[in-house]
Design a protein around this ligand. Structure first.
Ligand code: SF4
Length: 245
């Protein structure tokens, strides 16, 4: 995988593992080792490991934007976990400059629930024209609905509103849209703001302590199973030193 330490400065791929940890007040309470570089697809196995250790899912979970996918949100809903989990654009959406850059974005269009249609930036109806199912890299199925505008060729906003040749088509994943709205509201509650702050000084210092203070930058063992044992020893050491501090 592509890793941060890139001494040759050429983005070379190197063998490595993606270490996932859950912490509670800087104690490591769960860890899993993954061969894939993206965090998004690690949550399911990480949660399963938590359930195997504690006999139940956590009541509340806080995670950064790397974990905010439809598949993860759906799993957390199914397990009735209150999920303070950001989605990809959460931070950018709070930024006025970013928002003003995309005034015609699909997520800014008005939705008419009764008619199941949108209104385009010129106030013209965009009608439902069909839906399709797509699969993510993990095989998770997403339902996508399509809506199309009319008479774009005569519209003064054509070109600024969209770049396609015909009438503008938008694609909406309603379930993900609902989940993101739910996450947005939750993350902006008093508890959500508190939890977002806490995440920075709960889980991040643990990695910092192990990597920076103790200089652990490379596994000595090879293979996922042995690496899991090596990281387990580090986690025990981390927790004992935290207890002794
Ligand atoms: S270009 Fe098409 S979709 Fe965009 S505002 Fe004009 S009519 Fe509406």
């Amino acid at each position: 995988m592509r890793i941060k330490e890139d001494h040759m400065k050429n983005g070379q791929l190197k063998p490595g593992y993606n270490v996932q940890i859950s912490t509670s007040n800087q104690y490591i309470v769960n860890y899993t080792i993954h061969p894939n570089p993206t965090d998004t697809t690690t949550l399911i196995a990480h949660l399963a490991q938590h359930e195997a250790s504690f006999g139940k899912a956590p009541k509340v979970l806080t995670a950064d934007a790397g974990y905010g996918s439809e598949e993860n949100y759906s799993l957390l809903e199914q397990k009735e976990v209150t999920a303070f989990v950001k989605y990809g654009m959460f931070d950018k959406e709070q930024n006025e400059t970013h928002n003003s850059k995309f005034p015609f974005a699909a997520d800014k269009l008005f939705y008419n629930r009764e008619k199941d249609g949108y209104f385009c930036p010129m106030g013209q109806p965009m009608d439902f024209i069909g839906n399709y199912t797509r699969k993510t890299s993990t095989g998770f199925e997403q339902n996508v609905k399509r809506y199309q505008a009319k008479n774009c060729h005569t519209c003064p906003l054509n070109g600024a509103c969209h770049k396609s040749k015909g009438n503008r088509i938008i694609e909406i994943n309603e379930n993900l849209k609902r989940q993101k709205q739910k996450a947005f509201e939750l993350l902006n509650t008093e508890q959500g703001i508190e939890r977002r702050k806490k995440r920075c000084f709960d889980v991040e210092p643990v990695f910092g302590n192990i990597k920076q203070n103790h200089g652990f930058r490379r596994f000595m063992l090879r293979g996922q199973e042995k690496v899991a044992i090596e990281w387990g020893l580090l986690a025990i050491a981390q927790n004992l030193s935290k207890k002794a501090a």
